[in-house]
Design a protein around this ligand. Sequence first.
Ligand code: FES
Length: 108
Amino acid sequence: MSGTVVCRLDDLTSGAAAKFQVGDHSIAVVRLGDDVYAIGDTCSHADISLSDGEVLADNCEIECWKHGSRFSLKTGVPQTLPATVPVPVYVARVVDGMVEIDTEGAAA
Ligand code: FES
């Protein structure tokens, strides 16, 4: 399985999101310590960039800044209204200090 390198792990701030474009996919990449998560960047409720929202590290979630829906970084499933539809999640891994995203395989 091959992924697309988007950045160095050191380029990411733990507890924050960064937006990357991989092919047709806009992806919010979130680092929590040594773990990296990749989730569809567009909120399923409206056309809002989730990477502009707040990362809730304790719950492994990201909060849409517009109306406050919280999405699981592991599954993409909204944990709170008004969003009801999951956003996609992608396989993210760190190889030799570089962050790779695989848009072919689903993480969950
Ligand atoms: S646009 Fe994200 S919750 Fe409404």
